[in-house]
Ligand binder design. Structure first.
Ligand code: SAH
Length: 235
């Protein structure tokens, strides 16, 4: 996707990018390409693919939630910053925490934040299941793209949401995972509000946005240790 098509497609998502946002995107894409040579941060290595499969893809979340607000957002397993950094560029009102267990990626993200001059954004090096307790029931929105299956992600994300907050999971295909996550969703008092399936403007890449609402507080026992989450399905 070239930059002109990117701008056109954003308009369809009701985003009219400013010059500064486009400049920030360009700088970010350059940094990704540069760092990727050294550290192999992402599998996507061409500028056009970055605009489609990272930038545009991350912004499809706006179809499901109005991000032009002062919301507290946590991006679990953000990697090289997806969707977190992209959301912050285009929706500067967000108050964002980026979380990843890989320190190499956190260092990269800190450089990106500095270079782009982003404010109200913080990186944490750590694991989702071990976040400090002051973040329990703290966020309006938790996002996650391509980190684990939906059942595992539900347990990693729901405890950190306020009641009535949303967990938004970005997936390729999701049907099997949805079935597998059913009992976990019940135990953790949350409900699938919407599943938005579509294809990217390349006309081939399938995507699903799963929007899950937290209905009640989460018992203190969750999330469990990662081993337990993996091995023992909540029922
Ligand atoms: N969201 C990014 C990265 C996906 S790769 C994207 O879509 O491009 C998955 C990332 O999740 C990796 O960077 C890995 O370090 C991180 N990760 C996996 N399990 C995690 C956990 N339990 N807590 C925090 N980060 C985790």
């Amino acid at each position: 996707m070239n930059i002109k098509t990117f701008i056109n497609e954003l308009q369809k998502l009701n985003i009219s990018p400013t010059k500064e946002q486009l400049k920030q995107s360009e700088t970010y894409a350059k940094m990704l390409l540069e760092y990727n040579k050294k550290f192999n941060l992402t599998a996507i290595t061409k500028q056009e693919d970055i605009y489609l499969k990272h930038f545009y893809d991350s912004l499809t979340i706006t179809k499901e939630i109005d991000l032009d607000q002062e919301l507290k957002v946590l991006d679990i397993g953000t990697g090289a910053g997806f969707p977190g950094i992209v959301l912050k560029i285009f929706f500067p009102k967000l108050d964002l925490i980026l979380l990843d267990s890989n320190n190499k990626k956190i260092s990269f993200l800190n450089e990106v934040i500095k270079e782009l001059g982003l404010k109200k954004i913080k990186c944490i090096h750590g694991r989702a299941e071990e976040l400090p307790t002051n973040y329990r029931e703290y966020f309006d929105i938790v996002t996650s793209r391509a980190v684990a299956n939906l059942r595992v992600l539900t347990e990693l994300s729901i405890p950190y949401l306020k009641v009535n907050g949303y967990f938004i999971s970005l997936k390729g295909k999701a049907d099997e995972e949805l079935k597998e996550a059913e009992s976990t969703l019940k135990v953790l008092n949350c409900e699938i509000e919407k599943i938005d399936k579509f294809i990217l403007p390349d006309q081939v890449s399938e995507r699903a946005i799963i929007k899950i609402r937290k209905e009640k507080e989460t018992p203190d026992t969750y999330p469990r240790k990662y081993d337990k989450i993996k091995k023992q399905v909540l029922k």
